[in-house]
Design a protein around this ligand. Structure first.
Ligand code: DX5
Ligand code: ZN
Length: 210
């Protein structure tokens, strides 16, 4: 699956920008609070607008220090997937269950320095794992090569125990590294600057599919 992140879109032309990525599978929404990460993006008002502009599933990536306080409202808006960062929530198991009770797919996001071992007791409960291949906060950064091995190792963990969690990779994805990322076992490729920085978004999305 390909998940364009609107972080790099032209917000002054939001309707056209969203329409231009309709050949993708999911729309990725980078929600940053200016506290967990040194950047501030958008909130409920814009998310409602985006919801009204597309029928594609919406994937909210919460880069916030108190993710539990956002999930009810996001579910009400009609977001389909919610991920939060492991270190932002004391009770990650409880929050994963709460997200699922709301009828939303639940994911856990891991920064580049967070080891896969942190997933050991929660992986069977997850609908997806978001592996960061850059440090969170900004689009347009370079893919951290070690993330590739992390995708391979997570693929192995999931397949060995026949678990259902999907692997989402986020940061620095482009047409030069997409094949290697897919081969390593990623299911969902997030891309902001590569897609929205190209002259033809549909062609860019296609190039990531291989
Ligand atoms: C970074 C965000 C990413 C970002 C990806 O904190 O989580 O989703 O938008 O941007 P690119 O694809 O430009 O690296
Ligand atoms: Zn993201």
């Amino acid at each position: 699956m390909i998940a364009p992140s609107v972080l790099s879109c032209d917000f002054g032309r939001l309707r056209e920008e969203i329409a231009a990525v309709e050949s993708a599978d999911v729309i990725h929404l980078d929600i940053m609070d200016g506290h967990y990460v040194p950047n501030l993006t958008f909130g409920y008002v814009l998310l409602e607008k985006i919801r009204s502009l597309t029928s594609l599933p919406l994937d909210a990536h919460l880069m916030v220090t108190n993710p539990a306080s956002y999930v009810e409202r996001l579910a009400k808006i009609g977001v389909d997937w919610i991920s939060f960062h492991q270190e932002c929530e004391f009770h990650s198991h409880r929050l994963v269950q709460r997200i699922k009770e709301l009828g939303v797919k639940a994911g856990l996001a891991l920064n580049p320095a967070v080891p896969l071992s942190t997933l050991e007791c929660i992986l069977p409960d997850l609908d997806y794992v978001l592996l960061m291949s850059v440090n969170p906060g900004f689009s347009g950064q370079s893919f951290i090569p070690a993330a590739l091995e992390k995708v391979r190792a997570l693929r192995n963990m999931i397949d060995t125990d026949k678990m259902a969690a999907l692997i989402e990779i986020d940061g620095g994805v482009n047409c030069d590294n997409a094949a290697r990322i897919r081969d390593a076992g990623a299911d969902i490729l997030v891309s902001a600057s590569y897609i929205f920085g190209s002259s033809n978004y549909a062609a860019a999305i296609k190039s990531l599919r291989g």
